[in-house]
Ligand binder design. Structure first.
Ligand code: SF4
Length: 411
């Protein structure tokens, strides 16, 4: 089928209003958010009905789309509550509904006029027949399973005329995305109801059944054994190939992530899309952007199933603890009138003499040396060599900064 090439939408997670604003300011084309019910992050902050409305209005004011996740599996005894919830939110002008259970597809058409239905990764659609079946059911978009190969992705896009969305960045499950019972068995918390306890990330020992209190170490690396733990997905090096293949939306994982993580990843992928659009996405640019991504807290990256031939990289799950190359040290906290300078809310300790990087929306990061810290304390301001978490400080070495600036220091 004929398609005109266009740049994919950058779709970004937001766990609360504050993170959502960072996502929008750093360049998201669309955000996805969850209400207090029926989404797969039931342990996150999530949005009350009022907050959902506020979030959607904020996005629309900034010309950004807002999708709601309603992608948990629905049991018969939940249908009544689901209907009630849909009736509570059906005055909100969502741009799309991320759904996995067919019951929600059916009901959403009753409670919303002409809803844009997006099929969740939870459904694990792996072929064009599956995509077109969901089209017949009214879907406008399908998030294709992370487990497919790139060659298959291209064929799927050729064989459908609805939108294909691809996860490009974030945590991976060791199971087919989300379809996992590990957490339910180990902790009684059902990942399919949004309660995942991340049991795949735990450290495991060997125990013989007759000796229940004797735990034998299995040494995978010097930190222990994490046999189910997966690396994090990062498709940045292949992003141009995905654009050329005709992917409609690039999705970042992480509704539980901080504003710092969201700002940095969105900054990187927004820049990458700009480079691709201008035919400037060469190896040098890729390296610069990968360097930026290495500044977010992450597990070692993988290209996932889509671009790996022998899955060696996926099998190699040694050393998959978090890599933290930078510490997030502060956020903008408004303008201090006395000093006519931005106040900084300190998130992690820093000292004079350290070099701080300032990341702002759509600008290259800049580095400054911190020579002077003034702690603001109810008109008893004082100089200090150290800023501690929750201090409000003035940094004379920093000029005016964007209200959504992220301050970080190399560890
Ligand atoms: S336990 Fe791990 S593999 Fe299972 S759903 Fe949770 S994150 Fe995914």
């Amino acid at each position: 089928m004929n398609k005109t090439k266009k740049m994919p939408e950058l779709l970004v997670p937001a766990g609360n209003l504050k993170t959502l604003k960072y996502a929008v300011e750093y360049g998201a084309d669309a955000v996805y958010i969850g209400g207090k019910k029926f989404n797969l992050r039931s342990l996150g902050n999530n949005f009350s009905v009022g907050e959902l409305e506020e979030a959607v209005n904020y996005c629309h004011d900034k010309n950004v789309k807002a999708y709601i996740t309603l992608n948990s599996i629905i049991f018969e005894n939940e249908i009544k509550t689901l209907k009630k919830y849909l009736s509570e939110i059906n005055h909100i002008n969502f741009d799309g509904f991320i759904i996995s259970d067919p019951a929600v597809i059916k009901l959403i058409k009753i409670y919303f006029k002409n809803p844009n239905i997006h099929i969740s990764t939870q459904v694990n659609v792996t072929n064009s027949f599956g995509v077109n079946l969901y089209k017949e059911l009214g879907a406008k978009r399908v998030n294709i399973a992370r487990e497919i190969k790139f060659e298959d992705l291209k064929k799927i896009i050729k064989n459908t005329d609805i939108e294909i969305e691809v996860f490009i960045h974030g945590a991976l499950c060791i199971s087919y995305s989300g379809r996992c019972m590990l957490s339910k068995y180990m902790a009684g918390r059902d990942a399919n109801k949004g309660e995942c306890a991340h049991s795949c990330r735990w450290k495991y020992y060997l125990m013989e059944e007759e000796r229940p209190n004797l735990f034998f170490n299995i040494v995978q690396d010097n930190k222990g054994t994490f046999i189910y733990n997966s690396r994090d997905l990062c498709l940045l090096p292949k992003l141009d190939m995905l654009v050329n293949a005709g992917v409609s939306a690039f999705k970042i994982e992480g509704r539980m992530k901080t504003e710092n993580y969201i700002a940095q990843t969105v900054w990187v992928y927004k820049k990458a899309l700009e480079y691709i659009k201008n035919n400037e996405f060469d190896e040098n640019k890729k390296n610069i952007l990968m360097e930026e991504l290495s500044k977010c807290s992450h597990r070692n990256y993988t290209l996932g199933f889509m671009f790996l031939n022998d899955y060696k990289e996926l099998e190699d799950n040694g050393d998959v603890g978090y890599v933290k190359n930078y510490r997030f040290v502060g956020l903008y906290n408004g303008i201090n009138e006395k000093y006519n300078k931005p106040e900084i809310l300190v998130k992690n300790q820093f000292k004079t003499g350290e070099y701080m990087e300032i990341l702002e929306p759509l600008k290259m990061p800049v580095k400054v040396k911190i020579n002077e810290i003034i702690i603001i304390k109810n008109n008893n301001d004082f100089m200090s060599n150290t800023a501690n978490p929750n201090d409000i400080v003035i940094l004379k070495d920093i000029g005016n900064i964007n209200p959504y600036a992220i301050l970080r220091i190399k560890v």
